[in-house]
Design a protein around this ligand. Sequence first.
Ligand code: HEC
Length: 138
Amino acid sequence: MLRTFPLFFLLAACAAIPGTQAERERYFLNEVKPVLQQHCVACHNGTLPPPALNLSSKATAFTRSASGRDYILPGDPDCSLLISAVQRGGTHPKMMPRTDVSLTEDQIGMLREWIEDGAYWPEGEKGTLKPQKSVENP
Ligand code: HEC
């Protein structure tokens, strides 16, 4: 597997994974960004001091936790702390003080797929995440 190979990103652009950059961007904008904005960015927006997860941008999100784990490890959802955390659902008192931040199976699957496919995250305005109320949790 490509799991620990640091050049995975560069290689993925050439060969390993189907889908164009435009498709990846669409996936990020239509699937990933709305879920993170609605369920995570209210807290994970830089108000928690680093190394807490900050999902406002690619630069702040692609970092490591205090324990040295990558929050998002492109190509490897199982080693991404973000996935471990959402798979724990509402059970972790520190991370999910409110059960309504739990994601559905579909949303978790979508995030896993996104990371597996290289966790494409655009620069600039498209890649800037701001807190947003969800339809279910106004
Ligand atoms: C109500 C506020 C709140 C919301 C909403 C929230 N979190 Fe957190 N989260 C926290 C706090 C507080 C911590 C603890 C900070 C730390 O560990 O440094 C944390 C920790 C984490 C951690 C690292 C620690 C760990 O192992 O659990 C991850 C990863 C994480 N959150 C992901 C998410 C994701 C993804 C979402 C959206 C599905 C989310 N959080 C929604 C407050 C929140």
